[in-house]
Design a protein around this ligand. Structure first.
Ligand SMILES: [Zn+2]
Length: 71
């Protein structure tokens, strides 16, 4: 699950609506504002999300699952 608000500063991460003719390319109806950060050595995909406003980061679902497994 993605946050709808930044867990650090609380800003909304939901952006403008996606134009209807492009929606079928994306999941959801609005652009997302958080920035996906990838660590190619760790994982081929988004490992962390960054808030575009406060630059705070939080782990992606994958990172969370891996973290649980490594405990
Ligand atoms: Zn933030």
């Amino acid at each position: 699950m993605n946050y709808d608000n930044c867990p650090h500063c609380g800003v909304s991460l939901i952006g403008d609506p996606i134009p209807e003719d492009r929606r079928h390319h994306y999941s959801g109806t609005h652009w997302r504002r958080e920035i996906g950060i990838e660590y190619p050595r760790k994982y081929d995909g988004v490992w962390e999300w960054e808030c575009p406003d406060c630059k705070g980061t939080w782990p992606s679902e994958v990172a969370k699952l891996r973290g649980e497994r490594e405990k």
